[in-house]
Design a protein around this ligand. Structure first.
Ligand code: SAM
Length: 279
């Protein structure tokens, strides 16, 4: 069997930096990613950015259920078809961020699915927001990310890495960084190291409307240099006094910034707000 480098050369494939094309070939690492994803034979899987299908192959080894792999670059079609022939994978050539959520639900007949991917780094954050904002029946997300973003997702309050995405994920899931990955294991080699992150969803962790709190948390982080009170009164029809009262009740300091609140405090703050105001 040809190695990936030779195959890509034979097919005159040119790597496109604009699509974040850094492929994986190391069998041990590929196996480790699907193992971190905890895929069983009954799991449906969505892969975003199939590349040459190296990760797809290991996903297909673990499940007998539906696997849908999305790829934006049509020039990879002959390579993917060759590498995944005689498998049941459904290949879709399109821009993931332009797919209607309803379409994804249809592919899986409304059933839940797991996301496994070595994400294109230039759009990792929008992809994560797409997956959590669209109320898709996603059980877990196991993805390779830039190491810095992986740190951001698993960050603790009061650190520069802690942001809206960290809080929102903590409201609906448990996040763990499962392994750090050297840039040397990618083809071509990117500038930075990476890490695999596993996000296990638990939508009942807090009794709260996720869409509403999502908007609220994003607004609270809108201007990081502003205090939380100033962010809130510049966004919502609420007075400084009303906000101060809520903060006092919840033991939140008047000069607190968004990055100092835990997910639990955000939920409490949001619930206090909605009890006196329509957000
Ligand atoms: N899964 C492969 C692997 O691990 O070797 C490839 C991973 S590579 C980091 C990311 C892949 O995502 C590339 O093949 C790229 O063409 C594809 N991609 C980039 N933007 C995309 C988008 N908007 N929608 C779908 N795929 C995209």
């Amino acid at each position: 069997m040809l190695d990936l480098k030779e195959q890509l050369k034979l097919k005159s494939f040119v790597f496109k930096h604009k699509y974040g094309q850094n492929f994986l070939t190391d069998a041990n690492l590929l196996k480790a990613i699907v193992s971190d994803a905890n895929i069983n034979e009954n799991d449906n899987v969505l892969e975003i950015g199939a590349g040459a299908g190296t990760l797809t192959k290991y996903i297909l080894e673990r499940t007998k259920s539906k696997v849908v792999a999305i790829e934006i670059d049509k020039t990879l079609q002959p390579i993917l078809e060759e590498n995944l022939k005689q498998t049941s994978v459904q290949l879709e050539f399109c821009d993931f961020l332009r797919i209607k959520p309803e379409q994804i639900k249809k592919w899986f007949n409304g059933e839940k699915f797991k996301v496994v991917a070595n994400l294109p780094y230039y759009i990792s954050t929008p992809i994560l927001f797409y997956l959590i904002d669209n109320q898709l029946p996603v059980e877990s997300i196991t993805v390779m990310l830039q190491f810095e973003l992986a740190q951001r997702l698993s960050a603790k309050p009061e650190t520069k890495d802690y942001g809206a995405l960290t809080v929102l994920l903590n409201i609906i899931s448990d996040v763990s960084l499962t392994r750090k990955v050297s840039k040397k294991l990618f083809l071509p080699e990117p500038k930075v190291d990476s890490a695999v992150v596993n996000i296990k969803f638990d939508f009942n962790k807090f009794d709260v409307d996720f869409n509403m709190i999502s908007r609220f948390v994003k607004n609270c982080f809108m201007m990081r240099r502003k205090t939380l009170i100033n962010n809130i009164i510049s966004t919502y029809d609420i007075t400084r006094e009303e906000v101060k009262n809520i903060f006092n009740k919840l033991n939140i300091g008047e000069n607190a910034r968004a990055e100092s609140l835990t997910a639990t405090q955000f939920v409490e703050l949001f619930n206090s707000f909605t009890s006196i105001k329509k957000l």
